[in-house]
Design a binder for this molecule. Structure first.
Ligand SMILES: *[C@@H]1O[C@H](CO)[C@@H](O)[C@H](O)[C@H]1NC(C)=O
Length: 385
């Protein structure tokens, strides 16, 4: 039997084939494994221009973004960036998109197809934090269906998933997590939406803020539990031990989804964050602890979905000086408006180091050079002559 050394000597193309495989594995790892994105909110009058914002994402290895409306300059600046995007339908547009499939088709044409494939759309979030009693609520599912029809006519239904972003107020019960269920008032609104998500393989987008739970009940909720800094298990729920409130909230949502016929639906946390000033517990130190521990924690999933990273979008990229009225709303940024980082955060390991390399060596070039390399060796070993 030929030794490995002989194989290498006689068939160097085998080596280059392995090299190609290795490089492709490496490049797919750096584009697929990370689970952290950052919301880019623009309720401010002092933010940098969009191209600078995109550069700031890239310089920090942030490979996913959520935007709340299809702002043309942002979409323009995202072209060719490789940043994966959640784009929102504004709440005030839901009714017209739900009433009129032509309006949904135009929305998809103007805001998605006109930028595809240069912008990497991941999800379309039809509305943000619509509650069952809101006037828009009765149009959300219809708008989702109409957008999905438009996406499907472009044959993109496997790449771009349609969903809506909810908040925790839809839950009637969340403690302990296994009792999680939607309130009676929310069920008639959300159950048909969950059926839509399940049948389309779309995720459930949820905005999850342990900060607000904590300040709403500082007697029963310890700061450590909210900051992923509790000394151990704080809530034992059957077989599952919870050391932090974030995981407990996500699993309460999983319990609610299961009871509503959505066992197959994945949860994506479309917003989470901690303010740096403006209210109780809001300090740079506490926020820094929250973000660092959150990023570490979501990699390992939650007790109900152990080992499955929680795709999570931090809120938000910048402090937004026109938010409010509560002071606290203006201090959720990871960066100040002048692009200075408020925290020392490693968003996605490896990415920062590899980001520059990988955007330069586009995978098409990688394949090109590897084939050239392989051919050269095959030629050298007289296989092509
Ligand atoms: C975090 O918040 C708590 C509760 O408000 C506060 O007492 C504490 O000083 C803060 N810790 C730091 C390190 O800022």
């Amino acid at each position: 039997m030929a030794s490995f050394r002989e194989i290498i000597a006689n068939k160097p193309y085998v080596v280059s084939a392995f090299l190609l495989l290795g490089l492709l594995t490496l490049s797919s790892k750096t584009t697929g494994a990370e689970s952290i994105g950052v919301c880019y909110g623009r309720v401010a009058n002092n933010l940098p221009p969009d191209p600078e914002v995109i550069s700031l994402y890239q310089a920090n290895g942030i490979t996913r973004m959520r935007i709340f409306d299809p702002n043309p300059p942002t979409l323009q600046a995202l072209k060719g960036s490789n940043i994966e995007l959640i784009v929102g339908v504004r709440n005030q547009d839901i009714q017209s998109l739900g009433n009129d499939v032509a309006a949904a088709t135009a929305w998809v044409q103007n805001n998605v197809l006109n930028f595809f494939p240069d912008v990497k759309f991941r999800y379309i979030a039809v509305g943000n934090e619509i509650k069952p009693q809101d006037a828009e609520a009765k149009y959300v599912l219809a708008a989702m269906i109409n957008i999905k029809i438009a996406i499907a006519s472009a044959n993109l239904q496997d790449q771009i998933k349609v969903s809506t972003a909810i908040d925790m107020s839809l839950l009637g019960s969340s403690y302990p997590p296994s009792t999680g269920s939607f309130s009676d008032a929310a069920s008639s609104y959300i159950n048909p939406i969950i059926a839509f998500l399940a049948s389309n393989g779309s995720p459930f987008l949820a905005n999850v803020y342990p900060y607000f739970s904590y300040i709403g009940d500082t007697k029963d909720i310890s700061l450590g539990y909210a900051l992923f800094a509790a000394p151990g298990v704080t809530v034992q729920d059957g077989a599952f031990g919870y050391t932090n409130l974030f995981a407990a909230a996500v699993d309460a949502l999983y319990s609610a989804l299961e009871k509503a016929g959505g066992s197959s639906v994945e949860i994506v946390v479309s917003e989470t964050g901690w303010p740096s000033e403006g209210g109780e517990g809001a300090t740079v130190e506490n926020a820094s602890t929250y973000y660092k521990n959150l990023i570490d924690s979501v990699k390992g999933g939650t007790p109900k979905r152990r080992g499955k990273p929680v795709e999570t979008y931090l809120f938000a990229m910048f402090d937004e000086n026109q938010k409010g009225p509560a002071e606290i709303e203006r201090h959720f940024g990871l960066f100040s408006a002048d692009k200075q980082p408020k925290y020392q955060i490693r968003f996605n390991e490896k990415n920062k180091v590899l980001a520059n390399m990988c955007t330069r060596i586009k995978s098409s070039h990688l394949v090109y050079w590897s084939i050239l390399f392989s051919s050269f060796y095959m030629f050298k070993s007289n296989l092509l002559t």
